[in-house]
Design a protein around this ligand. Structure first.
Ligand code: SAH
Ligand code: SF4
Length: 362
């Protein structure tokens, strides 16, 4: 039977569902400080209350069924949900632990978790493996939250150690706006994981009306725009719903979005060989982003079997980057973390399916 998860609720909501109140505080501790997987883990909660709760709820709604670790510290996880569907999340090491001359730790390693928001995706980008499997369903807030809790648990990451979240896994976050907003709030809970809005980045393929709606919610999160092209013809080839939400409408929505004055809006630009890797595109990009406090992140297209696109040349990436920097834009090239595993979104899930088919064949 599919049950809601305790991770679906804010502390305030749990107070209305569970009595007495002090038990909610204890349970919240079990969920977010001890990363409890099930009711048995909750040692100081009376058995009778646990039995009562177990009739209506589960604790963690999913389990890790596959894990691939890269030499650079990236770990890609495959989860199975209560209905048997699978999604991915990625543990990314952004900075190594720093030591002084005496071998004392001066700075702990920094991690970012990349989470999924849907099983599959409706947007149907022609370069994206997630799109190939079509759309199955939205993730609940608890299923989004559980990815972070499970990854912190698996990596023994203390609850008070800071972590950043990027909504860049499978699915289009803004197509699941209500559950996304709820998960963002649960992550922000002071007595929970206390991950502030500034540490959370929502990546979108550009549903401009939903960018406005997210902005109106005033959650304090950052946005990243998957721009990928500078003219509507190519962008529509890459991202079909660009027809309804064209480049201009996205740029206007970004200009209206409440942004921390010290921060920049990230524009992701997936570079595909002979499609958008030329200096003319770079020139147009500079023009397009004029007047926006932007940062551009160039991403190598990561090929997979049967794709019509190719990985760009490093020299073209570097030329593109140099042009943007020379013209006043901040620009980084995303280092392909986990390149030796199944790097881009959707690739571990597809590989797992392939492994299964191969197993079935023999
Ligand atoms: N749907 C949202 C967030 C998830 S997509 C969005 O599109 O922004 C996650 C990121 O993976 C996007 O930036 C997308 O451009 C990138 N991506 C998808 N397929 C890729 C591939 N084959 N190679 C490299 N990056 C890819
Ligand atoms: Fe969906 Fe993002 Fe993949 Fe496009 S790139 S199909 S929006 S997950």
């Amino acid at each position: 039977m599919i049950k809601p998860s305790l991770l679906d609720y804010t502390q305030k909501e749990l107070l209305t569902l569970i009595k007495p109140n002090f038990r909610v505080k204890q349970i919240f501790g079990w969920l977010y400080h001890n990363y409890a997987n099930n009711f048995d883990d909750m040692k100081n909660i009376p058995k009778s209350l646990k039995e009562e709760l177990a009739k209506a709820y589960v604790v963690n709604p999913m389990k890790i069924i596959n894990k691939e670790e890269s030499i650079d510290g990236t770990i890609k996880y495959l989860f199975e949900l209560q209905d048997g569907k699978t999604i991915e999340a990625v543990w990314l090491k952004m900075k190594d632990t720093q030591f002084d001359d005496n071998g004392e730790v001066t700075q702990e390693a920094k991690y970012t978790i990349c989470v999924s928001t849907q099983v599959g995706c409706k947007v149907g980008c022609s370069f994206c493996l997630t799109a190939k499997g079509g759309f199955t369903r939205d993730l609940s807030a608890g299923e989004i939250v559980a990815q972070v809790v499970s990854l912190k648990r698996d990596n023994n990451h203390k609850h008070n150690r800071k972590i950043n979240i990027v909504y860049m896994g499978m699915g289009e976050p803004l197509d699941n706006l209500n559950n996304l907003a709820k998960a963002i709030e649960i992550f922000k809970e002071e007595e929970g994981l206390a991950i502030g809005g500034k540490r959370q980045t929502v990546s979108t393929s550009g549903l401009s009306n939903k960018i406005d709606q997210l902005g109106a919610m005033d959650l304090g999160v950052h946005i990243a725009i998957s721009l990928h092209a500078v003219d509507d013809k190519l962008r529509t080839e890459l991202i079909p719903m660009n027809k309804a939400h064209n480049i201009n409408s996205i740029i206007e929505a970004v200009k209206r979005f409440p942004i921390d004055t010290r921060k920049r809006v990230m524009f992701e630009y997936l570079v595909i060989k002979d499609k958008n890797d030329d200096i003319t595109s770079a020139k147009k990009l500079v023009k397009l982003l004029h007047g926006i406090k932007a940062k551009v992140n160039l991403i190598f297209f990561n090929p997979y079997p049967d794709t019509q696109y190719s990985r760009p040349e490093l020299k073209d990436m570097v030329n593109f980057q140099e042009y943007l920097i020379k013209h006043g834009l901040l620009c980084t090239i995303r280092d392909s973390k986990g390149i030796d595993i199944s790097a881009a979104c959707g690739q571990l899930r597809e590989k797992d399916k392939l492994d299964k088919t191969q197993k079935e064949m023999f």
